[in-house]
Design a protein around this ligand. Structure first.
Ligand code: FAD
Length: 269
């Protein structure tokens, strides 16, 4: 459980981090909260020659309002999301999701940018961002581009981040007062979801039902056509082919998707 040897550089700003990424190429990895990267390095599943620490880079942390959106800096911690009055008022689903990530230690180190870039299909914040219809800002030497959450997660632990790009900010539509529901089925407190479901404004996202967070589109269409939450939720697993592991086989995951979607739609906050 000892990582391979690496060099460490603390970036002073996003521009500095992007410059370092360009200089070191494939040999480098961005370090944010370290709660996913460092375990992978200790298991030698990742062995970057250079770690570029962005946690103290200026301009990458904090929560603000820009018109109808919340803008959340990439290095904003889960605990700060959960406690933010702006997030609790404008996107309470996101604050709630952040409050369920791991335990307090993880929430005080882990960052929203790290969680999204890591792209674990069982994770909370990727599912929440897809449900909310949010987007991410990706910045590289050529400038900043914006990618919708629906398009950002491209595969198992894979995203639309290109070589040399840094996830710099997350944008979330403000939806004060819009009913939402969030369900996470776990074996033990603090675990990742065996299956998760998040619903708001007619959108439904599922965690751990595919190699990425996915929309329950058949259920969404049924809702839009006037179906009851129970009728719509019965379609939540349609078209999914979730993986199997020691916690759940495919059929059990599909059952959970239906039950959790029903609860998310009926137990709206
Ligand atoms: C015991 C334990 C329990 C956990 N439980 C949960 C849980 O219940 N739910 C959940 O959702 N998560 C859980 N997590 C994961 C936790 O939320 C992590 O903090 C998160 O997944 C990664 O964020 P990080 O800031 O620690 O990123 P890091 O570990 O620093 O980085 C993760 C990856 O993202 C890349 N990266 C980081 N920031 C950027 C950026 N701005 N731009 C581009 N690439 C970037 C890194 O290079 C690396 O590849 C748990 C982790 C642990 C250790």
């Amino acid at each position: 459980m000892i990582p391979a040897r690496f060099d460490y550089v603390a970036a002073g700003s996003a521009a500095h981090a992007i410059d370092l990424l360009a200089r070191h190429g494939d040999d480098a990895k961005v370090l944010a909260g370290g709660h996913s990267l460092l375990p992978m390095m200790k298991l030698r599943l990742a062995a970057p020659a250079v770690l570029i620490d962005i946690t103290r880079a200026s301009g990458l942390s904090g929560i603000s309002v820009d018109g109808e959106e919340l803008v959340i800096g990439a290095t904003t911690r889960h605990a700060d999301l959960a406690a933010s009055d702006l997030v609790r008022a404008g996107a309470p689903l996101l604050a709630h999701a952040a409050s369920l990530v791991g335990d307090p230690q993880i929430r005080h180190r882990g960052t929203i940018g790290g969680s999204l870039a890591h792209a674990d299909p069982a994770a909370d914040l990727p599912m929440a961002l897809v449900a909310l219809g949010g987007s991410v800002e990706l910045t590289g030497p050529e400038g900043t581009r914006r990618v919708a959450a629906d398009d950002f997660f491209t595969g198992f632990f894979e995203t639309a981040l290109a070589d040399g790009e840094l996830l710099t900010a997350v944008r979330v539509p403000r939806q004060p007062g819009v009913p939402w529901g969030y369900q996470k089925f776990v074996r033990r407190a603090n675990d990742w979801a065996i299956v998760g479901a998040a619903a708001i404004g007619g959108r439904i996202a599922l965690a751990n039902m595919a190699s990425t967070p996915v929309r329950a589109r058949a259920a969404e269409q049924a809702l839009a056509g006037g179906a009851s939450p129970a009728e719509a939720a019965a379609l939540a697993a349609k078209g999914t082919s979730p993986g199997e592991d020691i916690h759940a086989d495919r059929e059990f995951r599909q059952h959970l998707a239906r039950v959790l979607t029903k609860r998310a739609l009926e137990h709206h906050s």
